[in-house]
Design a protein around this ligand. Structure first.
Ligand SMILES: *Cc1c(COP(=O)(O)O)cnc(C)c1O
Length: 366
């Protein structure tokens, strides 16, 4: 609160105490964000969110290393902020290999190794997927990247603060984070940029030379302070919280499977974020299901474009057929959910599914 009201200094003002107060708070937040992922404070570059962090990592690396090579390795199930940046670079003369996933939604490290060419400059693989919650073997992939001398970018947005992640252990050179995916404010994120060995990237924006010249612009002090606090809380709560959230997720799964037939989980259960459950209800359209239980905030795996509803590219990459992809719902369980809420949601889903299936049966017999 004080940073929204009374502490109004510019963190880049080096000539008065108001600036020092803001700079001090930003420095403390930098340390807290760094501590969450095992980074030093000065390796944290503030951005407007993970979309910008992904763009800065990938476009920044591509531009800086263009003379050395123009090949990038990523996966088919990355977030659009990664995939669309890679698409853009393909238009600029870069080659991109989109490594596939198995039916569990997992990337095989050997597939990454095999796709590395002499001109590969960057590997970009996510820590955890945003639709199916599946964890990727980033430690193994990081080892391969280091061995081959290729920069390694990890979009860690979904996993940071939920599961342990350490930049040294993963040999990560660049890591994207977003505050609002871990109970922090919207509109702020960070890119970790490794110091030793130094990860070299070009900036997207030019100006006052803030953030080691990698991201010019006046810092949003209140958002940054909130992001720092969110990291501190997540780091402290992670062990107990992941246990508790995982139990709620398992309870939800059990309740759904007890009361509804013809359903299945999408993506590996063993390698998964504790708070994610992605389920296909056969003979159901996720959109209709969501509309019939509006007091439960779930999402379909599908990306809503202005003109058409396309089935989830993530589920399609896992080999899920088109109809099953349209019947998929993502449940996200978090810090503030309770057992009664889980039971309420399971009942509501079960009732909605039987109603929709009854409707479908009666319209088929008509
Ligand atoms: C949400 C998300 C992003 C984008 O983050 P913003 O801060 O909302 O721009 C990028 N990657 C993943 C995996 C995400 O879940």
């Amino acid at each position: 609160m004080p940073f929204l009201t009374s502490v109004f200094g510019n963190a880049a003002s080096r000539t008065h105490s108001f600036g020092f107060a803001a700079e001090g708070a930003v420095g403390e937040a930098r340390q807290r964000v760094g501590d969450l992922i095992g980074a030093a404070a000065e390796e944290i570059v503030w951005t407007s969110g993970a979309t910008e962090a992904d763009n800065l990592a990938i476009r920044g690396a591509a531009e800086f290393h263009a003379a050395r090579g123009r090949h990038i390795v990523t996966s088919q199930i990355e977030h659009k902020a990664v995939l669309d940046t890679c698409k853009y670079l393909e238009g600029q003369g870069y080659r991109v290999t989109y490594v596939p996933v198995d039916t569990d939604g997992r990337i095989h490290p050997e597939a990454v190794r095999e796709s590395i060419a002499p001109d590969t400059i960057l590997i970009s693989i996510m820590l955890a997927n945003n639709e199916i919650g599946v964890l990727q073997p980033v430690v193994e992939i990081g080892r391969i990247a280091r061995e081959k001398g290729v920069l390694f970018h990890v979009d860690a947005v979904q996993g940071a603060g939920k599961i342990p992640f350490n930049v040294a252990l993963a040999n990560a050179d660049l890591v994207s984070l977003s505050a609002h995916k871990m109970y922090g404010p919207k509109g702020v994120g960070a890119l970790y940029v490794r110091n030793r060995p130094r990860a070299r990237i070009a900036p997207l924006m030019f100006g006052g030379g803030h953030e080691r010249g990698l991201r010019s612009g006046t810092l949003p002090v209140p958002l940054i302070v909130g992001f720092g606090k969110a990291c501190e809380v997540s780091r402290r709560e992670m062990p107990a919280e992941s246990e508790r959230v995982g139990q709620l997720r398992d309870r939800l799964k059990q309740r759904l499977f007890e009361s509804i037939d013809a359903i299945r989980v999408n993506g590996s259960l063993a390698h998964r974020l504790p708070g994610n459950l992605n389920v296909t209800f056969s003979q159901i359209e996720a959109e209709a299901l969501m509309m019939s239980m509006k007091d439960i905030a779930v999402s379909s795996g599908s990306a809503c474009t202005s003109a058409s509803l396309e089935p989830s590219y993530v589920l399609r990459a896992c080999g899920v057929d088109e109809e099953s992809a349209y019947g998929a719902i993502r449940f996200g369980i978090g810090r503030f959910n309770t057992e009664p809420e889980i039971d309420f949601a399971a009942r509501a889903v079960s009732q909605a599914v039987s109603r929709l299936r009854d409707l479908r049966r009666s319209s088929e017999t008509l």
